[in-house]
Design a protein around this ligand. Structure first.
Ligand SMILES: Cc1ncc(COP(=O)(O)O)c(C=O)c1O
Length: 390
């Protein structure tokens, strides 16, 4: 019913992924599989609502409507089994700004914030740009998958450590953390007075056989010790509309957070973001289910191709997200050589694994949210370049 095979020309739309190639990679004749948005058109319901709103020619200040709150509350209940209240919901124009406001609200300059590397790179830069210290608690890479290292975490905690940023599901390694893993992490944080900023932006993009658990839905104690960052942006491909829901059940944390937003006058409704979210959460569930089927097939197609035709590479089988993490150690190249190889030999724009922490040095991240023919083209380019390189 939805055509995810359709190739849509995004050049000339100011797309960071397509029109931003030259700025980032110094060349533009690349197949872009980097920035985490999708090359699929949005659901018809979203297009229809936006078209309707565009026709009303005034785009002044907005307030958040009752329907908006209801849509968010129903989505959390229906898709995640999580009961939330209207007053728990705050707004930011993105999850990265939300993480930054949380750092400001919950820590002082000079305090330490923990991240679990390899992880989404703006966590580190946001901590640093706010004058806080980054403490890394690297994940354990074992038998082709990743685990949290809770012993290392406990060893690293001290009186300066105030916050841990959790990436759940985890970008770039694709883990959907189990309830048991999250509970163990949550208990350690409670015991040591560490507040969890839980970035759950990828929480709707879960592959068959896995279940996402919202951090704040594990126990009343953990609920009161975390800030949950959500958004329809990854799920429905509306990142450019800049709408995020930051859900904070604990009243004291919420007050601190709100004060930080108020200082910068953040939190007003976005004309189009609001309409898109309502159409997404109320009328686009079947589109999301179809998207996940397509992504599941893309993922399997990619992994099968690598296993059968490019055995020098190894894909970390993701449990969620449309980002694949590729172990390139079998190519026997340094990190710089790998970047050069994918850029100049394959003509692909990927994310260098090193961006996500030094543990990612021999990895690359590929975004598979594109028509299968594009993915196939990328794989053929890699296969050819690897063969030429042997
Ligand atoms: C884990 C994670 N958090 C946040 C973001 C970006 O959030 P936003 O665009 O809402 O700031 C991304 C985008 O890739 C992400 O992967």
């Amino acid at each position: 019913m939805y055509d995810f095979d359709k190739i849509i020309n995004r050049y000339g739309t100011n797309s960071m992924k397509w029109d931003g190639l030259k700025e980032t990679f110094e060349q533009d004749n690349l197949l872009p599989l980097w920035v985490a948005d999708m090359d699929f058109e949005v659901s018809p319901a979203i297009s229809k609502e936006l078209e309707k709103r565009v026709k009303h020619p005034i785009y002044g200040y907005m307030h958040w409507s009752d329907e908006y709150y209801k849509s968010v509350i129903r989505w959390m209940k229906r898709r995640h089994g999580w009961e939330i209240h209207k007053d728990w919901i705050l707004f930011t124009p993105g999850v990265v700004p939300a993480v930054s406001y949380a750092i400001k609200a919950l820590t002082d300059i000079g305090d330490s914030v923990i991240i679990q590397t390899p992880v989404y790179h703006p966590f580190k830069t946001t901590i640093e740009s706010n004058g806080r210290n980054v403490v890394t608690n690297p994940l354990i890479y074992k038998d082709g998958t990743y685990y949290m290292d809770l012993e290392d975490l406990e060893r690293k905690l001290d009186s300066k450590t105030k916050v841990l940023i959790l990436c759940s599901p985890h970008n770039p390694i694709g883990r959907v953390w189990t309830k048991k893993e999250l509970n163990e992490l949550g208990e350690i944080c409670l015991k040591n007075n560490i507040i969890i900023i839980s970035d759950e932006i990828h929480f709707d993009l879960i592959y068959k056989g896995n279940t996402h658990t919202v951090m704040a839905d594990i126990s009343p104690e953990i609920r009161d010790n975390c800030i949950v960052c959500t958004s329809p942006s990854k799920t429905f491909n509306i990142a450019g509309l800049q709408v995020s829901n930051i859900i904070i059940p604990n009243e004291k944390l919420r007050e601190k957070y709100s004060m930080e937003l108020e200082k910068d006058h953040i939190g007003r409704a976005n004309v189009f973001g609001q309409e898109a979210l309502i159409a997404a959460y109320n009328e686009s569930e079947d589109w999301l289910d179809s998207l996940m089927e397509y992504l599941e097939e893309n993922k399997n197609f990619f992994i099968d191709f690598i296993e059968t035709r490019i055995p020098q590479l190894k894909t970390i089988r993701p449990e969620g997200t449309y980002l694949l993490w590729i172990d390139c150690s079998g190519l026997n190249m340094s990190s710089d050589e790998l970047n050069e190889f994918f850029l100049n030999k394959c003509k692909l724009a990927l994310n260098s694994g090193e961006m996500f922490g030094e543990e990612g040095k021999l990895f690359q991240r590929i975004n598979i949210a594109c028509p299968r023919a594009v993915l196939q083209e990328a794989l053929i380019r890699i296969e050819k370049a690897v063969k030429e390189n042997i």
